[in-house]
Ligand binder design. Structure first.
Ligand code: SAM
Ligand code: DTB
Ligand code: SF4
Length: 358
């Protein structure tokens, strides 16, 4: 495929156009998504991130899907903000198991001023391990976003979760525009955006199309687009929600790939309830990132060994960290430049220059 044949990056998708993609025959849609995927990525590489809950439960928000909301009784044990050292040890363990990005999540509406020094220190220390860093802490002011970016945070995760229309059915304690404002603050601070949603919350096909259109029509596409399948947790209002049809979930991944060709599309929460064949179809549809490690924030995720076995069966490799390459390259260039400079100095010292006066 030559570069000239690549489809342009668009930010002007109409809802009807996105619905038309969803309405394609399954095979045609998957083929189109796979072609798009191959134009932009190595189809056999998947990025792996590990998640850690740095502050668990007792959240003041009322997100109907969430086991951590203080509004519902899910039997979850609450935990205060973890110590920096504990977080860094978890990050080291994740790195040893092959994760290239470490994502830290807190059950907050937003971080308080007194929390900021601790989270900034976490970012600095995890980053110094050579990992990419990601945080999801709720809403951010412009100043907080700048502080996190200053500490070296690479990604900020803040999901739109569903369409603007359906949003009020799921969350009442903050608005869709609050979410868009945080996303803008993250962008303005120069961080990469991780933003997606949850499928299977009782939303319509039109809601799914509207969420993807909203993401694709942001001024810049999120670099990372998590597509979560609802994890039904006992005690939450969505505990009894009917399952999403697996083909509708795979279609959502494929449409996300087509709308946001250069973004990593993450096959996010819900993999515990998917068999290997379904996950393989999600990769075929263009998913190229997963959460890796036996726990998401509070709910189970497939064991790391099981994921490595699946990768082996499918001939998939974990994606290496981009920045690490460029940092190594930079170091190599610097080393070469210093050597060349030294060599020149030595040469200059060997010859007497008659044109120079003492
Ligand atoms: N409190 C912060 C916030 O809401 O922005 C950060 C943590 S919150 C748990 C991060 C995301 O996890 C949510 O936006 C939602 O998309 C996802 N999530 C939470 N519970 C989930 C569930 N039961 N199933 C699938 N995704 C879930
Ligand atoms: C995202 O989109 N999914 C992750 C991450 N961003 C923070 C969280 C999934 C949470 C699933 C429920 C739990 O484990 O508590
Ligand atoms: Fe709180 Fe985030 Fe859960 Fe909503 S999704 S209840 S904000 S932890």
């Amino acid at each position: 495929m030559t570069a000239t044949m690549q489809s342009p990056i668009r930010h002007d998708w109409s809802l009807e156009e996105v619905e038309a993609l969803f309405a394609m025959s399954f095979n045609d849609l998957l083929f189109q998504a796979q072609v798009m995927h191959r134009q932009n990525f190595d189809p056999n590489e998947v990025q792996v991130s590990t998640l850690l809950s740095i502050k668990t439960g007792a959240c003041p928000e009322d997100c109907k899907y969430c086991p951590q909301s203080g509004h519902y009784n899910t039997g979850l044990e609450k935990e205060k903000l973890l110590e920096v050292e504990k977080v860094v040890n978890e990050a080291k363990a994740a790195k040893e198991k092959g994760a290239s990005r470490f994502c830290m999540g807190a059950a907050w509406r937003n971080p308080r001023a007194k929390d900021m020094p601790y989270v900034l220190e976490m970012v600095k220390q995890v980053k110094s391990l050579g990992m990419e860093t990601c945080m999801t802490l709720g809403m951010l002011t412009a100043d907080q976003a700048l502080e996190l970016a200053g500490a070296g945070l690479d990604y900020y995760n803040h999901n739109l979760d569903t369409s603007e229309n359906y949003y009020g059915e799921i969350i009442t304690t903050r608005t869709y525009s609050d979410r868009l404002e945080t996303l803008q603050n993250v962008r303005d601070a120069g961080m990469k955006v991780c933003c997606g949603g949850i499928m299977g919350m009782g939303e319509s096909a039109r809601d799914r199309a509207a969420l993807l259109a909203q993401l694709a029509n942001l001024p810049s596409h999120p670099e990372s687009v998590p597509i979560n399948m609802l994890v039904k947790v006992q005690g939450t209002p969505l505990e009894v929600q009917e399952d999403i049809d697996p083909f509708d979930f795979i279609r959502t991944i494929a449409v996300a790939r087509i709308l946001m060709p250069k973004s990593h599309v993450r096959l996010s929460a819900g993999r515990e309830d998917m068999n290997e064949q379904m996950q393989a179809m999600c990769f075929l549809a263009g998913a190229n990132s997963i959460f890796y490690g036996e726990k998401l924030l509070t709910t189970p995720n497939p064991e790391a060994d099981k994921d490595m076995m699946l990768f082996k069966k499918l001939g998939i490799r974990p994606e290496q960290r981009e920045q690490a390459h460029s940092e190594d390259q930079q170091e190599a260039y610097l080393h070469d430049a210093i050597q060349a400079h030294d060599q020149q100095q030595r040469m200059e010292n060997m010859f007497y220059d008659a044109t120079k006066t003492a």
